[in-house]
Design a protein around this ligand. Structure first.
Ligand code: PBG
Ligand code: ZN
Length: 324
């Protein structure tokens, strides 16, 4: 294949030709939309660093869930902002907790929408860490008990998929065991398998009110410099019977997405995190980039890297564009 006989530009000459040779597609079915459910009524507070994304009380969450469903987006992932936080994060596994109430409300009004729940302690603990604190650090094995109780409670409230984001060792097995023992063997676990200790979560922590009050998350989330460690994390989750794997964040970790896709057979999720969304929104607001095009290019890049599904704050905007 040598120039001038071979000319690569022949296949790029028209839109219809480009469509025929396109290798990767973004579909509305690939999208998962994150939502922040806040205790109270009549709350709809925009997150300053995340234009278009709100902390909302349940009636507003349900209204937006309907909109998401009508756009054809298959699933939402829920985060909770409870009435009260305490050292043990009790609201996380309470039957009347913010997420449990939200799940029931969505499933009642929009039963066809998949409800995924984030399973972690940091939104519910007063210290903001992802588990129970002992001697100044998160105690792994004690935290597993609370995460298991939280996941079970979400399933009992009607969650379709549970998604642990805590990065404790052994959490997938702990969740699988408690779910199976309680007749929830049909509920899949979407593991945040490869989750880095990232500054890109900054805007989310404003949204979820979950900034650690001391220290940081580096004793449980991964070092951004590591790649081989990601394979060990994913392998553990596969052994413990995870149903989905995830790489988070996405944009600075596209190589990891590709690597995990090539090594493991489970459906792979990319989390296009808060800071990635904020950067695009901010640059677009300044008129420096074309929002629609940069958004779609970013999402297709994640799919090309190997993502089957993308959790993204852009989901509604992207779905609208895909509808044409
Ligand atoms: C909770 C959790 C976080 C995110 C998802 N689940 C924050 C964190 O670990 O600090 C981040 C999502 C985002 O930035 O969009 N553990
Ligand atoms: Zn957490």
């Amino acid at each position: 294949m040598l120039f001038p006989e071979y000319r690569a530009r022949r296949l790029r000459r028209s839109d219809v030709m480009r469509r025929m040779v396109r290798e990767t597609h973004l579909r509305v079915d690939d999208l998962i939309y994150p939502m922040f459910s806040a205790f109270g009524t009549n709350i709809k507070q925009e997150i300053p660093s995340m234009p278009g994304i709100y902390q909302q009380s349940i009636e507003h969450i349900v209204a937006e869930a309907k909109e998401v469903y009508e756009l054809g987006i298959p699933a939402v992932i829920l985060f909770g902002i409870p009435e009260e936080k305490d050292p043990m994060g009790k609201d996380a596994y309470s039957d009347s907790g913010i997420i449990q109430e939200t799940i029931r409300a969505i499933k009642k009004e929009v039963p066809g929408l998949m409800v995924i729940t984030d399973v972690c302690m940091c939104e519910y603990t007063d210290h903001g860490h992802c588990g129970v604190i002992k001697d100044g650090d998160v105690d792994n094995d004690e935290t597993l008990k609370l995460l298991a109780a939280e996941a079970l409670s979400h399933a009992q409230a009607g969650a379709d998929i549970v998604a642990p984001s805590d990065m404790m060792d052994g959490r997938i097995a702990a969740l699988r065991t408690i779910l199976d023992e309680n007749d929830f063997s049909h509920i899949p676990i979407m593991s945040y398998s490869v989750k880095y200790a990232s500054a890109y979560y900054g805007p989310f922590r404003d949204a979820a009110d979950s900034t650690p009050q001391f220290g940081d998350r580096r004793s449980y989330q991964m070092d951004p410099a590591n790649r081989v460690e990601a394979f060990r994390e994913a392998a553990l989750d596969v052994d413990e019977c995870a149903d989905f794997l995830m790489v988070k964040p996405a944009l600075a970790y596209l190589d990891i997405l590709r690597d995990i896709k090539e090594r493991f057979d489970l459906p792979l999720v990319a989390y296009n995190v808060s800071g990635e969304y904020s950067m695009v929104k901010a640059a677009a607001e300044k008129g420096w980039i074309d929002y629609d095009r940069v958004m779609m290019e970013t999402l297709i890049g994640m799919k090309r890297a190997g993502a089957d599904l993308i959790i993204t704050y852009h989901a509604k905007d992207a779905a609208q564009l895909l509808k044409g």
